[in-house]
Design a protein around this ligand. Structure first.
Ligand code: AMP
Length: 287
């Protein structure tokens, strides 16, 4: 496994891989790897003989009051995990290797990146887009793999790739969960035991919405109301940032479940802001 710290090292390796005609899969991450990340590597490995993983805590996507400094960094364990999962190259740059001091370019995906997480994390998706675009230009992957856990992020990146004619395919992989249903996240480790218990309210509220929808409830407002109530009771330490029922492609809010929808939510605990989502397809609905 190649461990590259500079753009040049990656480019040298990629030139050789391209010469051999191998397909390249890229999995961008911020490290502190868990089974969610490894599932993306598994999907990449199934498609592409050469899998590159980036591990970079990208300052550009953190707001001034966010957790950049304390974001978990577990590089040795991450490298061992990548090795175990058959990764060919890990790119783990320092910030200075990614951003020139006078870097001046930004990428803004209008509308799609401005509500939901974009509303409470101003500039977050611009930071995601610039780093992901740079990684695409450095690694030149045929396919790049993202988790449905960050549903809005995957949509924003898909739109950027389409709008800028970037020559690669975006693959979105399912959410990997802990045994009790909590969506895996590097930030789960911030939670106190009590918060960890209450964090189950996210998936609990999604299951509740799914159940109500299956029982015939088509009004988004009613589903959101029931979810709010569930969270207020099951997670008094949590503060709801948003709950939205939306069109899976445009991410526009929908009033009724007349087709498939994605329900997404964010809940802030004192130590971590958690997100989760679920696709609900009315064709699967009962009564
Ligand atoms: P991060 O390191 O949190 O920036 O995540 C890197 C990639 O892993 C993103 O595409 C995430 O959506 C994906 N990811 C994170 N957690 C999960 C999960 N529980 N299941 C599936 N993918 C995930």
């Amino acid at each position: 496994m190649i461990i590259a710290k500079t753009v040049e090292e990656v480019r040298d390796a990629i030139r050789q891989v391209r010469r051999q005609g191998q397909r390249i899969g890229l999995v961008p991450t911020m490290g502190a790897l868990h089974a969610g990340h490894y599932s993306l590597m598994g999907a990449a490995k199934a498609d592409c003989p050469f899998v590159a993983v980036s591990i970079f805590v990208n300052p550009a996507q953190f707001g001034p009051n966010e957790d950049l400094a304390k974001y978990p960094r577990t590089l040795e364990a991450d490298l061992a995990g990548c090795r175990e999962h058959g990764v060919s190259l890990v790119f783990t740059p320092e910030s200075a290797a990614m951003y020139a001091p006078d870097a001046a370019t930004s990428i803004h995906v209008a509308r799609l990146s401005e509500h939901l997480c974009g509303a409470s994390r101003k500039g977050h998706f611009d930071g995601v887009c610039i780093v992901v675009a740079k990684l695409f230009n450095i690694v030149l992957p045929d396919k790049a793999y993202f988790g449905a856990k960050d549903y809005q992020q995957a949509s924003v990146i898909g739109r950027m790739v389409r709008d800028l004619d970037m020559p690669l395919e975006i693959v979105v992989c399912p959410i990997i969960r802990e045994a009790d249903g909590l969506a895996m996240s590097s930030r789960n480790r911030y939670l106190s035991p009590q918060e960890r218990q209450q964090a189950l309210a996210l998936i609990g509220s999604l299951h509740l919405a799914d159940k109500l929808a299956k029982a015939g409830q088509r009004e988004s407002k009613a589903l959101i109301g029931a979810m709010r109530q569930h969270i207020a009771t099951a997670a008094p330490l949590g503060q709801i940032d948003y709950i939205e029922v939306m069109d899976p492609d445009s991410l526009s809010p929908t009033d009724r479940l007349d087709g498939p929808v994605v329900i997404a939510l964010a809940v802030k605990f004192s130590s971590a802001r958690l997100i989760d989502n679920m696709r609900i397809d009315p064709t699967r609905l009962g009564g």
